[in-house]
Write a protein that binds this ligand. Structure first.
Ligand code: GRF
Length: 364
């Protein structure tokens, strides 16, 4: 049995130094590590267990509240030092906790003289603070860098919390090449608080189109992408640009509202399940271009609009909603399309109103 650690939740450096000498007399090794340990996650617990396994006992030097604030910013720590210490002390891997308020653990290292010093893998032996490294050398401590646990961090926990879809304003990205009536309908619905959302980004391939002027006069980000003059092509560099714009705007959902080029990778994967297209027919009837004219040519008595998720197959992703309109005998394509759009605007607002409850937001 290694000499028992000091009994209390918080130890002093002197307590630990005495204990270290007892361990040394028994031929045992004291491991030392330091950090903030705010909002413990499995990255911490696995790291601490590995550190503990490097010797016979583990002491954690915990950054005081003031030093966490200095290191991580004014909103940290979330848990105060007494709580962070108590949680650490409750872990099987941790034998003692000591709080320190200096920016470096140098003085503690000098007093405690640990046998092993463990540090997380975001450091290398060379990137350790030179002052701390010198103190470790003087104490004869072995330095061990432990692998970092990817994807686990207090910062990402906090990001997930801030991103709670039920509390977050939906961020919409919208792409269009035409008149922009759907964009206008969204702007109005947001302005009138019918839809609680923000249009975080609009993108067009046609700088002169109605869609672009509506975005500009509504004062929302109105971006253009140069996809060349051939409307049938949407080159890779432009796809990438669109993807980056949408990601930078941190959008939850992308709306294709009459965007006349075919979306491919990397946009498809980046927004899989979060990108919708508006199509002026009752899909699966009349996919592709000129859908309204196709319905007239087919002699359909009914037409309408479909909102569906975008996949690699043209106008064939899962249908989320449809609205129907009658085809009237006197209809030409323009008249029928206008009637379809009236329905489409309300349908789009409804789909986006329900988006949060569908939990398809871009939260990490
Ligand atoms: C909509 O009717 C939509 O179904 C189709 O393009 C039209 C876009 O209209 N894909 P607008 O530019 O929003 O007025």
């Amino acid at each position: 049995m290694p000499a028992p650690a000091p009994d209390h939740i918080l130890s002093t450096a002197q307590d630990i130094a005495l204990w270290r000498d007892e361990l040394q007399a028994q031929g045992r090794r004291l491991v030392f590590t330091n950090g903030c340990f705010d909002l413990i996650h499995t990255g911490h617990t696995r790291y601490l267990q590995q550190a503990r396994d490097l010797g016979d006992a583990l002491v954690v030097a915990l950054n005081s509240d003031a030093s966490v604030k200095e290191l991580k910013g004014p909103n940290r720590p979330v848990n105060m030092e007494e709580d962070r210490a108590e949680i650490l002390r409750a872990l099987r891997s941790v034998d003692a906790v000591v709080v320190f308020s200096e920016p470096r653990a140098t003085r503690l290292i000098e007093t405690i003289r640990p046998h092993v010093y463990a540090k997380g893998g975001d450091y290398t032996e060379e990137s350790l603070n030179p002052e701390e490294r010198a103190a470790l050398k003087a104490a004869g401590a072995e330095i061990r860098i432990l692998p970092i646990v990817e994807g686990k961090s207090t910062t990402s926990t906090l990001k997930r919390l801030a991103c709670d879809p039920s509390k977050r304003t939906l961020r919409i990205g919208i792409l269009g090449s035409g008149e922009g009536s759907n964009l206008a309908a969204l702007v109005t619905a947001i302005r009138e608080s019918v839809l609680e959302a923000e249009i975080a980004c609009t993108i067009t391939d046609q700088p002169g189109c109605g869609f672009h002027s509506i975005a500009k006069s509504a004062g929302i980000p109105a971006l253009t992408v140069d996809a060349g003059t051939n409307p049938k092509r949407f080159p890779d560099h432009a796809q990438k640009e669109v993807c980056e714009h949408l990601q930078r705007a941190n959008v939850d959902v992308v709306v294709l509202a009459g965007f006349m080029r075919l979306i491919r990778e990397p946009v498809l994967s980046a927004f899989a399940g979060r990108m919708i297209n508006l199509h002026p027919s009752l899909l699966p009837n009349h996919p592709g271009s000129n859908a309204v004219q196709q319905a007239l040519d087919a002699g359909d008595e009914e037409s309408g609009t479909t909102i569906h998720l975008v996949t690699a197959a043209l106008d064939a992703g899962p249908v989320l909603a449809q609205a129907r309109v009658p085809v009237l005998p006197e209809d030409d394509a323009a008249a029928l399309h206008a009637r379809i759009k009236e329905k489409e605007h309300g349908l789009l607002v409804d789909v986006l109103k329900n988006w949060k409850t569908l939990d398809r937001t871009g939260c990490p």
